[in-house]
Write a protein that binds this ligand. Structure first.
Ligand code: SF4
Length: 136
């Protein structure tokens, strides 16, 4: 894989009750400051048109994307096609994390674990998506 994992946080426009507990800016700043990532950014709604245009711009083979947001299966359903179109192998390059109903501390711990797995020596693939079905 090329470089460090990229962390992208999707927060459902900021209006979804699933992210009401999350202090978004404390969380994202901690991720970018303290974890071994290339960068950490926030996108307001990856599953709509400008989310597709975002992936169109940035997605490429050979890079691990760790995406925080809703259920991993929902993420794949909603932007898996555009990633594949860009040559991204979902099984080795995409780690989707369900970060709903978490505090900044809890979300940070989950991202930290995913980054550690993605950057472990000898790692060639993104860790499997962290599933866990929660009501939307
Ligand atoms: S991808 Fe998931 S977290 Fe992001 S806006 Fe869509 S439903 Fe919400």
């Amino acid at each position: 894989m090329n470089g460090k994992p990229r962390f992208i946080m999707c927060n459902c426009t900021g209006q979804c009750p699933g992210f009401a507990k999350l202090d978004l800016w404390a969380f994202i700043n901690r991720v970018r400051d303290q974890l071994d990532v290339e960068y950490a950014i926030v996108h307001p709604q990856l599953c709509v048109d400008d989310g597709d245009r975002f992936w169109q711009d940035v997605a490429k083979p050979g890079v691990v994307y760790i995406v925080g947001g809703c259920d991993p299966r929902m993420q794949r359903k909603m932007f898996g096609a555009i990633l594949k179109e860009k040559g991204v192998d979902l099984d080795t390059q995409l780690t989707s994390l369900d970060l709903r109903d978490m505090s900044a501390e809890e979300a940070y711990a989950k991202v930290k674990e995913a980054v550690a797995q993605a950057t472990a020596p000898g790692t060639k693939a993104a860790p499997k998506a962290q599933s866990g079905v929660k009501p939307q």
